[in-house]
Design a protein around this ligand. Sequence first.
Ligand code: PLP
Length: 354
Amino acid sequence: MHKKLFIPGPTEVREEVLQKLATPQIGHRSKEFQELYSSIIPKLQKVFYTNNKVILSTSSGTGLMELATRNFIAKKALGTICGAFSDRWVKIARANGKEVDVIEVEWGKHMPTEEIDKKLATGEYDCLLYTHNETSTGVRNPIEELSEVMKKYPDVVWCVDAVSSAGGDLLKVDELGVDFILTSTQKAFALPAGLAIGVVSEKALEKSKQVPNRGYYFDIQVFMKYDGRKQTPTTPAIPHLFALDYQLDRILEEGMENRYKRHLEMAEYVRGWAKQYFDLFAEPGYESVTLTTVANTRGINVAELNEELGKRGKMISNGYGNLKEKTFRIAHMGDLTLDEIKELLNDIEEILGL
Ligand SMILES: *Cc1c(COP(=O)(O)O)cnc(C)c1O
């Protein structure tokens, strides 16, 4: 039996979207490919409310986290650790030989804008690594607030990991002034895994030209060279591009504002439920719109709960790393609906006898 995925990636993919993966292949240097590419890019610019350049990377989102560190750090980066994924980004930067200082907060807490402001004011940094939605803790960082502060630092390239929020939460890239934002397709875009999307500003593109040792696979300049030809640098995951093109029509048909409203509605419902029976792990006021991390205040056996849910054709996520069994995560992202969420929570109540 297929288990419907209520996990923060990969998410549930609709049958008709899956079918698109089986589209007969085309050559990646053909006119048909250029047409497909030219169809996808403007749709993504709409999703991100941007006129910036968009890149399609055949990698998972982590690949573009690596790209950010290789292309936009010449001097020193400021990392902002509030959970497992933001921690990973700092590790990636260091693994690429980059110098990074960090601000670190307790898991479950948000990244304070004032701290970032204070650090950047020293003038020591030329790049900021910021995680919009920390999937391990269910915290949504206050990106709108930070956006105001970043206006003071035109020499800093602002990179945002929006892997688990883009396509569900509202991210108006040009308004925010983000220089590089990255996401994967297997989360709120509700597509299969295997493709990543990046949006890059002119400023970041210019900056990258001064950064040595960008490598090749993740050199943003190589992406741009091929973008001029409506192509990707290497053979991309063509099946995914067919599915992406199709799914983008569905996303834009729903409209980003409506999509955001649907996500928020599901989030508020799950938060209410969690507070009734358990508690929320995320600091109040900073709860994610796309997933909820529930504090396991009743000490239930999460693995067993998931086992039972599996018999009913559903799957949720245990806590991440050290938070295993101490928390569990319910993703409400992608194409899921409030009715599906209600059914899931009803099943959980039945199983636990709540
Ligand atoms: C899932 C996730 C990643 C990793 O993405 P992959 O596509 O698995 O490489 C990075 N950051 C965040 C916030 C995530 O949720």
